[in-house]
Design a protein around this ligand. Structure first.
Ligand code: URA
Length: 262
């Protein structure tokens, strides 16, 4: 039997359908499809707010562990940074980890995703976001046409974490651990030079936007990290536990898509 030709948009459309099913939209209830990409034209006040970052804060590396900043600043490319982090012994989390999880995706990407720290699967394989939360992240990104495997920078993402080693029992990294590793993260961002940052969950948001406000209030509000527009979103692991919040995540993804297309 001849198989039907696969259209150019087949995989993109399939990813969108996948994501809609994730959102719980698994029934057709209207006669006419709703175009959810169509966002209402923002009011003038909102438009002004969109052009100005809601949280205007540039955070140069804070004085943390003496020496980390100097080590990070001495890295002039990604290989050098990866080597410096892999050889760094100033964070105890390294002792319990199997692998140093550096990054994944296309370094030329316009969008850089920042997570928290590796989990079990990530520690095992040595790549960020490959467990269940990572699989959801891939679906979310695919729904707006982005992929860590894309060669074209316009469709690509680059993914890393604040902390490259798995914390024991997946506990949250401590403020001290984050402070020690932050200069490496800032250097990582400076080397990638993305157009947009996607901050996944509380630790990434609090660390990079230098705020104590929780993700429930911060999500969807564009801020700035070292001059780069940054969007806080719910972490995919949280979305797996709290599917009702996928709707908010979808709104945030559309906000990113809109900015990318400007
Ligand atoms: N959660 C994260 O924040 N990062 C990973 O790499 C995996 C799960």
């Amino acid at each position: 039997m001849d198989s039907a030709p696969v259209s150019d948009n087949y995989y993109r459309d399939l990813a969108i359908l996948d994501w809609l099913v994730e959102l719980g939209a698994n029934e057709a209830i209207g006669e006419v499809g709703i175009n959810r990409y169509e966002m209402p034209d923002p009011t003038p006040a909102k438009k002004a707010a969109m052009s100005k970052p809601a949280v205007a804060k540039t955070t140069p590396s804070e004085p943390t562990q003496i020496g980390t900043e100097a080590l990070a600043d001495a890295c002039f490319d990604l290989d050098g940074l990866q080597e410096a982090i892999t050889n760094f012994d100033g964070c105890d989390l390294k002792r319990g980890a199997k692998n140093t999880v550096f990054a994944d995706g296309n370094p030329a990407a316009k969008v850089m995703v920042i997570g928290e720290a590796p989990g079990r699967e990530e520690d095992h394989i040595g790549k960020p976001f490959i467990g269940p939360a990572g699989q959801l992240l891939d679906k979310m990104l695919a729904a707006i046409g982005l992929s860590r495997n894309a060669e074209d920078a316009a469709q690509a993402v680059y993914i890393t974490n604040i902390i490259p080693w798995r914390p024991p029992q997946n506990r949250d990294p401590s403020p001290e651990e984050i402070a020690v590793m932050k200069p490496f993260l800032m250097r990582h961002i400076a080397l990638i030079k993305p157009d947009f940052l996607l901050l996944m969950g509380n630790p990434a948001t609090k660390t990079l936007l230098d705020t104590q406000i929780g993700i429930t209030r911060m999500r969807g509000k564009w801020g700035e990290v070292a001059g780069i527009p940054a969007l806080p979103m719910f972490h995919p692991a949280y979305l797996l536990r709290t599917p009702a919040q996928k709707r908010a995540a979808w709104a945030d993804l559309l906000s990113l898509k809109k900015r990318i297309e400007i």
